[in-house]
Design a protein around this ligand. Sequence first.
Ligand SMILES: *Cc1c(COP(=O)(O)O)cnc(C)c1O
Length: 377
Amino acid sequence: MMPLADNHKISNSFLEINIDSIVHNYQLINTKVGNTECAAVLKADAYGMGASVIAKALDKAGCSTFFVATIDEGIELRACFSKNENKIVVLSGLLEGSEDIFYDNNLTPVLNDIEQIKKWYIYNRQKKISAPSILHIDTGMNRLGLTISELHDITKKPAELKGLHVGWIMSHLACGDQPLDIMNKRQLSVFLNAKEKFPHVKASLANSAGVFLGKSYHLDMVRPGIALYGSGSSSIDSNPLKQVIKLYSRILQIRTLSRGASIGYGASYRASKATRVATVGLGYADGYLRSLSNHSWTFFNGVRLPVIGRVSMDYITIDITKIASEKIKTGDFIEIISDKFTLDDLATVANTVPHELLTRLGTRHHRIYRNTDNISK
Ligand SMILES: *Cc1c(COP(=O)(O)O)cnc(C)c1O
């Protein structure tokens, strides 16, 4: 339970990332989707978990298509692989003047509008190449991608597309995490209609949640991100995915509040009786959202301990009155995220998605990667 056993670095908090569990989750999805390709979304430094380590582990597990958000993430990811065959797709699109960077780093742009299509087409013609791209079709997210009427326009003028190597089309679900939402079926049907205009292209629609919506959503490739970390199955039955991260933080000081004393910024909590309080070494700068003030739980040896007072930048304060004073001391580790209180549990309490919690964890936790033996070098 205590992470100190194999690590002596003195640190306020430890973040354990279990690589075997990530690989297990990837393989579980890969099996679930059958012949459909299973890509991996590693944007935002693999949701803050470390793109380079995770990319190598997934590469070894057989993954060969990786999505990132920005061109810089793409360049960094390219440097992680010893072989050049892995496909790296940049979701944010082909920014003005970035054509050479895409080509030189062997990155695949997602083409989000007609201008980007034309730019990539002209670039390919000038260089006499046929570099791949993915055409993004907006089926209701209204964020990025060609609208359906723009799609009609360009397919009516096939000359504009002739010579452009459109190997793939993609779209993105707005409500995948709500399986019963009518929006899912609607987007699928709009996307399948659009696909008819491109008889030979492959198609991708599903994020993690889409994987669990069923076979009709899988098409030729699924793009899970958060499911790699154990969330997003949205299944009413038990979650088949494994938990990946554990977060522990150290008790820095223990004190007893007398009745009526307040704690922390804004004096937002007042003790109604004598209360033993532990100050724990993580705060909103470490991704423990300030909105969790007076409104969350931590665990110690199976006992649930409430967060009291405001979350500050570097500390939280928890009520440890329930634990006998000889059983807990300064330096002990409190479980912030664990099998008892998972990433999804904390996200629910914080009224957010696990994606946000993960990407905000920041750089101050001492990171321990477990089971890294299998990573390809
Ligand atoms: C982030 C993202 C994904 C992955 O979403 P998850 O919910 O993490 O599985 C897939 N496709 C696109 C276009 C995305 O932006």
